[in-house]
Design a protein around this ligand. Structure first.
Ligand SMILES: Cc1cc2nc3c(=O)[nH]c(=O)nc-3n(C[C@H](O)[C@H](O)[C@H](O)COP(=O)(O)OP(=O)(O)OC[C@H]3O[C@@H](n4cnc5c(N)ncnc54)[C@H](O)[C@@H]3O)c2cc1C
Length: 407
């Protein structure tokens, strides 16, 4: 059933997916109450700069704000910030909030994102940082500086970006990665090695194929402070600061027992419905793709696009909803290189560099599987990369893509 114009819509999560959902509701002419519940006290802000310009101090708070306060006010949202949804009563169409109040709704958007994994045993150790929120980024920035010894645990995108930014701030950085090749499981070993080479080019050491055995600490202010990181091969790295970047988990704990299907995310159909009148968007959403694959994506563009589609589908109701069929895109900024990916690369894909060269760290590489173009990776080549997007959208063959010249 489509939602009426006076229906109350609750949006849980006030970051990019929740905000896009709320503003799309208004953009589509929804005049009923839109209540946005967000656990953080801040107005919606952008996360990607938290490991880049905001961490480095080159961008301030205004620059990472997702919408100017007057624009946000113009949407007429009922913003409940610093407030957490604790439980969902699906049948009763009601949320329980952490201040003991409840909130009735006709339609619900779940956009609670993801939270970083902690290093077991390191939770209360001073000097050990996770990076997800504005507060995390500010606290890390305050700990970094000229000559500070930093160990980054995990050479995924966040870890690599933190390493690059901290290096630019004068920190002495070492990265530890348990896999033999950083990002090998995302980009394959050949292209993962090129990512690793970016660190080496900039004099940042990456210790690969070795896990963290534990932390060295010393007593400090009634608690413990980190002094080093012990690796599984017995070596010890000095560390005044440690950043843990070992992945994230979708925030679904508050939905336990609600009746929604949970499994590494909130499980939804190809139209982003998790139940009648309940849609999901962003890092928390495990949606169904055209070929029946279930997928959860942890990238910004997916969160914005899903927020908009989820809101439109919620208004239209299940019968009038459209499938979510994105052309996936994400980027990462490391040192002076913008890394961009469109499509879904897989480590087993055939990878061919078609433009530039990996030695120069400026190139475009195509990923092919089962005779089709699956993904395109660019290092410092935004225009050439995007030239391949229509081919990806059209489901071009790998041969056709290899013969194409990006100009
Ligand atoms: C440091 C960093 C750098 C990044 N860089 C890039 C990049 O370069 N490129 C890229 O593509 N992506 C990047 N990303 C990923 C991108 O930021 C995420 O994909 C995006 O933020 C997901 O948006 P979201 O709205 O789904 O979830 P989130 O941004 O995680 O927001 C979810 C919100 O919901 C709130 N919440 C959780 N539970 C509750 C509850 N029970 N009640 C109320 N509120 C709740 C949370 O507090 C949070 O504010 C980066 C992420 C980080 C952390």
């Amino acid at each position: 059933m489509a939602l009426g114009p006076d229906a109350t819509v609750a949006v849980v999560g006030a970051s990019i997916a929740g905000l896009r959902a709320a503003e799309t509701l208004r953009g589509e002419g929804h005049t009923g109450p839109v209540v946005v519940v967000g656990a953080e006290p801040h107005l919606p802000y952008d996360r990607p700069p938290l490991s880049k310009q905001f961490l480095a101090g080159t961008w301030g708070l205004e620059r990472i704000s997702l919408r100017a306060p007057d624009k946000l006010a113009g949407y007429g949202l009922d913003l409940r910030l610093g407030r957490r949804a604790d439980a969902l009563d699906l049948g009763g169409r009601r949320l329980e909030l952490d201040d003991g109040t409840s909130l009735s709704f006709d339609g619900l958007v779940i956009a609670t994102g993801a939270a970083p994994r902690a290093l077991p045993g390191a939770e209360d150790v001073e000097g050990v940082h996770l990076l997800r929120t504005l507060d995390d980024s500010q606290s890390l920035a305050a700990a970094l500086g000229e000559g500070v010894s930093l160990v980054v645990v995990g050479a995924g995108f966040i870890g690599a970006e933190v390493a690059a930014t901290a290096h630019s701030m004068g920190a002495r950085v070492t990265v530890v990665e348990a896999l033999p090749v950083p990002l090998g499981r995302v980009l394959g070993d050949a292209m993962g090695s090129v990512c690793a080479a970016l660190h080496a080019d900039n004099g940042v050491e990456v210790r690969t194929g070795v896990g963290v055995a534990g932390l060295r600490t010393e007593p400090h202010a009634g608690g413990r402070r980190v002094t080093g990181v012990e690796l599984a091969d017995g070596s010890v790295l000095d560390a005044e600061v440690v950043v843990v970047g070992i992945g994230v988990v979708p925030v679904t704990g508050w939905l336990q027992g609600s009746g929604l299907e949970l499994g590494d995310g909130v499980v939804a159909d190809d139209r982003l419905f998790a139940a009648d009148d309940v849609v999901v968007a962003g890092d928390v959403a495990r949606f169904t793709e055209a070929d029946g694959t279930s997928r959860r994506v942890e990238h910004w563009t997916n969160a914005t696009e899903q927020g908009a589609v989820a809101a439109r589908n919620l208004l239209a109701g299940r019968d009038g909803a459209v499938p979510y069929r994105p052309v996936p895109y994400f980027w990462s900024d490391q040192y002076d290189v913008k890394i961009q990916v469109i499509g879904h690369p897989s480590p087993a894909d055939e990878v061919v560099v078609v433009d530039g060269s990996t030695d120069e760290r400026r190139f475009v590489a195509l990923y092919g599987r089962e005779g089709r173009l699956q993904a395109v990776l660019g290092f410092g080549r935004p225009r050439q990369l995007m030239a391949f997007r229509p081919l990806l959208e059209a489901g071009a063959s790998f041969d056709e893509a290899l013969a194409f010249s990006p100009g």
